[in-house]
Design a protein around this ligand. Sequence first.
Ligand SMILES: [Zn+2]
Length: 291
Amino acid sequence: MTSNSIKPFRWYLKKTARGGMCLATLPSKRLLLSNNQSNYSLLRVLTYHRFGNVYRDPFCIELKEFQAQMDWIARQNLAVSLTDIESFLAGKKDLPRNAVLVSVDDGYRSLYLNALPILKQYSIPAVAFITTSNIDSSSPNNYSKNNETIEPYLTWKEVEALAEAGIAIGSHALTHRSLGKMSLDEAYQEAVMSRESIEKNLGINVTAFAYPFGTFPDFNNSTTLILKESGYKLAFTSQHGAIVPKLDPLTLPRIKVEGGEPMWMFRLLVYGGLDEWRLIDRMLWRLQQSP
Ligand SMILES: [Zn+2]
């Protein structure tokens, strides 16, 4: 929601941890890459949020970094679409090994202003998960609140332009609250009303959902059932990991791309260097739960 620049110590600690994990898993991933006996592909869904030149904000990626990443993905021929992933999960289509789908959460305006021209330049398909009650809700330009710069959300006109440019539009719920922490009735409303809102405004079919926050406590068996009943075919969490055929299509993992990381880390992340990050996430979550 804000340009939440974090303190230098925490920033460098996390960067060291992410980089360290990438490097530590490199030898095993190399073995995996050279092992052609494996008969299925692995693919990953990358999560982005905002695009701009904000210093030390893990949710905002600098444009020159994003450009370099998309350039590399295009040259490696790794970009796939949401529809490709649906066919892949159903076992109907194989995809290049280490293929990636670009996903962008929350529906901030920089997706339209800054990321779309780059996605178009390299013909990279992507999916935008929007929180529908935020659309058309803010002033059109960046504004200041409590000394922080706040980026506005998209308007429906801009979401329409994204859809027309070939970006798939999915739901990120109605109000960006944890589905796992509300009543089942409320969760059902969040799922159905957001889908209907997108369908009504854009005249398209919505089949994909991304859980707000998407951490361990934000989804469970009941929420996946609710999404299924609400007409969704795919749902994405923020748990790190690769996608393989036959995985539960309603709790799919993704990999978060953070700002301020070098290209070598991005390449390793695409090859699986951060697949195991979910173990760290779970450990941190357990630590927070303990008294
Ligand atoms: Zn979100």
